[in-house]
Design a protein around this ligand. Structure first.
Ligand code: SAH
Ligand code: SF4
Ligand code: F3S
Length: 478
C-alpha cells in the first residue's frame, strides 16, 4: 500500500514567489455515483489560528454536502479529520499525541478513516514522519487542496488506498466552496490567503503560499449573503490584512477601500485580524475612525520592543514607528482597545532587549497579549540563528512579561465598570452554564444572567464588576 506515487511537500518550492497573477477558480463538486457519507459520522479537530477555523468550516461544508453528519464522539466516528497547525513545536506535539490514540482505535475498527490536513503536512519533515511511523493515517492533504478532500475520501473509502497529496505551490483562490459555519450570528470571512512577509521565525509563508487577495466583489457578496441570513458580526481574515489588494494588477483597491465599502453595509459588527504594523496606514486609521459598525478593537502584533530583535525577525518597523502608529490610532480613535502578540527568547535576545519589550508594553497600553517562547521551526532562517539563552531564562522572561500583560488586561476591563455596553450574546457561559456570555464592541468578555432568548442578539448591559479576565453585566432596568 505504500509504494504509491505520493505528492509530497518541497520546502524549497514553498518559498518561491513569482509575479504571476493568482487564478480564481469556482468550486465544481465532483459527481459521485452515490453519496460518500451516507449513514456515516465524522469528527473534526481544529488546531491553530482563525484561518484554520474557517478552513474547518469549509471541510465540514464539503463533508455535509455528501451526507456525512458531525459528531464530537470520536469512538463512534467513521471519519476523523485533524486540521493541524505548525506554528510552534507544542502545537505539533499535540497532534502526534492524538494520532497515537487513533492507532489503537483503528486496530479495533479497521474501516475508520483518519485524515490529516492543514499546515503540518505542508512541512517536509512532518510528511516523512507520518509516512514512516503513523501508518494509521489514510489521507494526508495540505492547505492548498482542501477543496479536493471529497475526491481523496472516495479513493480511501472505495479503493481502500492511502492518499498523500500536498502541494508546495503559491496557491490559487477557490470561490464558492460550501461552508458549514459554527455560529449563526458570527462569521469568518477570508479576504486573503497566504503571506509574503517571511518573518524569520515563522512557518506560515511556507505552509500557506503567497499572499493573494480575494476580489472585492466576491467578499462583498459573501457579506451580503451573511446579512441576508441574519448574521450580526463578521471577522475579516488574513495573515496581514493591511496589505490586502497590493497583489491586484488591474485595480487600485486596498484594505481601507474594503473597510469603507463594508462600513456602508447593514452588518452590525465588523472585525478583522491580523494586522501587520508596518502596513497600518493613515488611510486605514481614518476609515476606522468612522466608527459605527467598525469595531474599536485592533490586534496589532508587535513581537518585540527591541529594534535589534525586530530587525533580526525581519519585521520592517521599529519600536518608535510602532509607538507612533499606536499614538495615531489613539488620537483618532480615543476609546480603542489594543492587543498584541509577543515572542520572548528570540535568538540573541539579551536582558536589555527584553527590557525594551517590557517598556514598549507599558507605553503601548495593551489590553491583552498572546505571549510565546520562541520555537525554532525547521526550514525557517531563525531556526539556524545562534541561541545561547537557556530555556529556564526564557521561561522567567515569559513570566515577567505575563505579569505586566495581565495588569493591562485588568485595566482594560476596569475602564468599563459602571458603564453601559453592547454585547453580542453568544450562549451559555463556559464557566457557569447558568449565565450567558458574549463580547462587547471592544472585544471584552461579559457574563450575565439573562433569558436564553437573548442568544444571537445585541443586548445592552450595565457592567457591575470588572475582573482580570472578564466583566460581569446586568440587564438594565431603568
Ligand atoms: N500573521 C499574524 C500571526 C501569525 S502566527 C501576524 O503576523 O501577526 C501568530 C503568532 O504566533 C505570531 O504573531 C507570533 O507571535 C507567534 N509565532 C509565530 N511563529 C512563532 C515561533 N516560531 N515561535 C514562537 N511564536 C511564534
Ligand atoms: Fe508569520 Fe510574519 Fe506572515 Fe505573520 S506576517 S504570518 S508572523 S510571516
Ligand atoms: Fe497555525 Fe497554519 Fe494558522 S501554522 S497559526 S494554522 S496559518
Amino acid at each position: 500500500m505504500d509504494n504509491q506515487n505520493y505528492n509530497k511537500p518541497i520546502l524549497k518550492n514553498a518559498r518561491k514567489r513569482t509575479k504571476n497573477e493568482t487564478s480564481v477558480l469556482d468550486y465544481v463538486p465532483t459527481a459521485f455515483d452515490s453519496l460518500l457519507g451516507e449513514g456515516k459520522l465524522y469528527c473534526i479537530q481544529t488546531h491553530g489560528c482563525q484561518a484554520n477555523v474557517a478552513d474547518s468550516e469549509k471541510i465540514k461544508g464539503l463533508l455535509e454536502s455528501q451526507g456525512f453528519v458531525e459528531t464530537n464522539i470520536e469512538e463512534i466516528a467513521d471519519l476523523i479529520i485533524i486540521n493541524t497547525c505548525a506554528i510552534r513545536e507544542n502545537a505539533e506535539k499535540k497532534v502526534f499525541g492524538e494520532l497515537g490514540r487513533y492507532k489503537s482505535m483503528k486496530l479495533k475498527k479497521p474501516e475508520l478513516i483518519v485524515a490529516v490536513g492543514g499546515c503540518m503536512p505542508q512541512e517536509e519533515v512532518v510528511v516523512e514522519k507520518l509516512l514512516k511511523t503513523y501508518k494509521q493515517v489514510d489521507i494526508i492533504f495540505g492547505t492548498h487542496n482542501l477543496h479536493k478532500l471529497l475526491d481523496y475520501l472516495q479513493v480511501a473509502i472505495k479503493e481502500k488506498r492511502r492518499v498523500v497529496e500536498v502541494l508546495s505551490v503559491e496557491g490559487e483562490i477557490v470561490e464558492d466552496l460550501p461552508s458549514a459555519r459554527d455560529s449563526r450570528f458570527k462569521a469568518w470571512v477570508n479576504i486573503m490567503f497566504g503571506c509574503d512577509e517571511f518573518c524569520t521565525y515563522c512557518i506560515v509563508p511556507y505552509t500557506r503560499g503567497k499572499e493573494r487577495s480575494r476580489h472585492p466583489e466576491h467578499i462583498l457578496s459573501e457579506v451580503q449573503s451573511l446579512i441576508d441570513q441574519g448574521y450580526k458580526e463578521i471577522t475579516l481574515l488574513g495573515q496581514n490584512v493591511n496589505s490586502y489588494g497590493l497583489d491586484f494588477e488591474s485595480r487600485e483597491y486596498r484594505f481601507s477601500d474594503l473597510l469603507n465599502d463594508l462600513h456602508k453595509m447593514d452588518i452590525p459588527r465588523i472585525r478583522f485580524t491580523t494586522s501587520h504594523p508596518k502596513d497600518f496606514s493613515t488611510e486605514i486609521i481614518d476609515v476606522l475612525s468612522l466608527g459605527g459598525n467598525l469595531m474599536p478593537y485592533i490586534h496589532l502584533p508587535v513581537q518585540s520592543g527591541s529594534n535589534k530583535i525586530l530587525k533580526a525577525m525581519n519585521r520592517k518597523y521599529t519600536k518608535e514607528s510602532y509607538l507612533k502608529t499606536v499614538q495615531e490610532i489613539r488620537d483618532k480613535i480615543p476609546s480603542i482597545s489594543l492587543t498584541t502578540d509577543i515572542i520572548v527568547g528570540f535568538p540573541g535576545e539579551t536582558e536589555e532587549d527584553f527590557i525594551e519589550t517590557l517598556d514598549l508594553v507599558e507605553k503601548a497600553g495593551f489590553e491583552g497579549a498572546y505571549t510565546f517562547v520562541f520555537s525554532p521551526r525547521s526550514g525557517t532562517p531563525a531556526a539556524n540563528f545562534d541561541d545561547s539563552t537557556p530555556n529556564e531564562e526564557k521561561k522567567k522572561r515569559l513570566y515577567r512579561l505575563n505579569k505586566i500583560v495581565n495588569e493591562g488586561f485588568k485595566n482594560g476591563n476596569l475602564r468599563f465598570l459602571d458603564q453601559m455596553v453592547e454585547v453580542l450574546v453568544e450562549g451559555p457561559s463556559k464557566t457557569n452554564p447558568n449565565m450567558l456570555s458574549g463580547y462587547t464592541k471592544h472585544n471584552k468578555l461579559v457574563h450575565f444572567k439573562g433569558d436564553s432568548k437573548l442568544i444571537g442578539s445585541l443586548t445592552s448591559l450595565q457592567i457591575v464588576e470588572a475582573k482580570t479576565w472578564s466583566l460581569t453585566g446586568e440587564e438594565y432596568h431603568g
